[in-house]
Design a protein around this ligand. Structure first.
Ligand code: NAD
Ligand code: MG
Length: 398
């Protein structure tokens, strides 16, 4: 199977390459793409020999071409969003790992969907932004959409499947696991002064910075509620968030007869990645066996909504539908970036998102262009709200 990895240099991209390299007889790498880490992408090309490598612009392309030429690597270098789409839609490509972070993943992921590929969806933001359009495109193109997000992969595994299309009959509820992140028990008064490094230090998972901050605010779980509603055609009330600090039960599905099915495993993304790559087969992922005796105890509790206002905002967006999830997502990306740059406090993230959701007029997006226009408007408003907060902090410091 020929595979393209969007976002090859990220946490998911690197784990995907690890799984692929264990099965050279089964998979070939067609293209690898990256945004900024050109040297890392060059080493990946030298090691895995894809046909194409894609970077954002001319300067990065020249740098990568030089590095590959010096190493005698024949990978062809392309640049720009159009090329990102081309390496997803090429007739030779069978599977696309969508692992770009954030809204930047929308256009190439949708291109892979429209071309009817096996789409391994890690980039939850694209589904959050454009859910109904995304799922309509999946239905029309008969793309095989396999969730990589560990919770959704677990749910997929717990649903009886019919040729990849999950059945809903008899499904009562989805129990969506959440670790609670690094601040689950931090005194509320201390949250305003937590640092980006503390927010990114997730207790169970090693991930990119943006999703790590989202896990700390639990916006990640909010985005995942929206993701679950689209993937499994359930409404928000059927998705219950369960705090499970050990991250061993990746999610559960409750049926009308009282059965609850769960998927368990070590917290290692190579399990859902291997599942997505090989489905319906099962292949080695490199993940060690779960030592259930060593785990010994599993804990579950309800989320504290006062501690996690971003979760509440996302639940509201899930209920509202239309443009609300795209506004939520765009404002969150701006707020998280501002927090990581040290411009706003951790606790200001929810305020920026709430402010943007109040300011942007809700609409019903009918096309990808509509979604992109909403995304841009929400980003502009969120950036203004960040500036206001920066100004307020400067006044306080004087
Ligand atoms: P990351 O930050 O480690 O990697 C992001 C990748 O996207 C990098 O290769 C980067 O070069 C690329 N990228 C970033 N901006 C880009 C742009 N503007 N254009 C093109 N490429 C760009 O992120 P990650 O942790 O690997 O997460 C990737 C996606 O997978 C996210 O949507 C995240 O929510 C989802 N996800 C990640 C995990 C995890 O364990 N890391 C788990 C579940 C879901
Ligand atoms: Mg997840």
């Amino acid at each position: 199977m020929k595979v393209t990895i969007l976002g090859a240099t990220g946490s998911i991209g690197v784990s995907t390459l690890d799984v692929l390299a264990r099965h050279p007889d089964r998979f070939d790498i067609f293209a690898l793409t990256a945004n900024s880490r050109v040297a890392q992408l060059a080493s990946q090309c030298i090691r895995h020999r894809p046909v194409y490598a894609v970077v954002p612009g001319e300067a990065a392309a020249n740098e990568l071409t030089g590095l590959l030429r010096d190493a005698g690597c024949s990978t062809r270098v392309l640049a720009g969003e159009r090329s990102l789409c081309d390496v997803c839609t090429d007739p030779e490509v069978e599977a696309v790992m969508a692992a770009i972070v954030g809204a930047a993943g929308l256009v190439p992921t949708m291109a892979a969907v429209k071309a009817g590929k096996r789409v391994l969806l890690a980039n939850k933001e694209s589904l959050v932004m454009a859910g109904p359009l995304f799922m309509a495109a999946v239905a029309e193109s008969e793309a095989l959409l396999l969730p990589i997000d560990s919770e959704h992969n677990a749910i997929f595994q717990c649903l009886p499947d019919s040729h990849g299309r999950p059945l809903r009959d008899g499904v009562k509820k989805i129990l969506l696991s959440a670790s609670g992140g690094p601040f689950r028990t931090t005194p509320l008064a201390e949250l305003a002064s937590v640092t980006p490094a503390e927010a990114c230090a997730h207790p169970n998972w090693r991930m990119g910075q943006k999703i790590s901050v989202d896990s700390a605010t639990m916006m990640n779980k909010g985005l995942e509620i929206i993701e679950a509603c689209h993937l499994f055609a359930v409404d928000q009330q059927q998705v219950e968030v369960v705090i499970h600090p050990e991250s061993i039960v990746h999610s559960m599905v409750e049926y009308a007869d009282g059965s609850i099915l769960a998927q368990l495993g070590n917290p290692d993304m190579r399990t859902p990645i291997a599942f997505g790559l090989a489905w319906p087969d099962r292949i080695d992922s490199g993940v060690p066996s779960l030592d259930i005796m060593a785990v010994a105890r599993l804990n579950f509790e309800a989320p504290d909504l006062e501690r996690f206002p971003c979760l509440v905002l996302a639940m509201e967006a899930a209920r509202a539908g239309g443009s609300a999830p795209a506004i939520l997502n765009a404002a969150n990306e701006v707020a998280v970036a501002a927090f990581l740059e040290g411009k706003i406090a951790f606790t200001a993230i929810a305020g920026v998102v709430a402010g943007a959701m109040d300011c942007v007029e809700p609409t019903e997006p009918r096309s990808l262009e509509d979604v992109q226009a909403i995304d841009l408007e929400a980003r502009n408003i969120a950036n203004n709200l960040v500036q206001v907060r920066v100004g307020e902090q400067q006044v306080q410091m004087r």
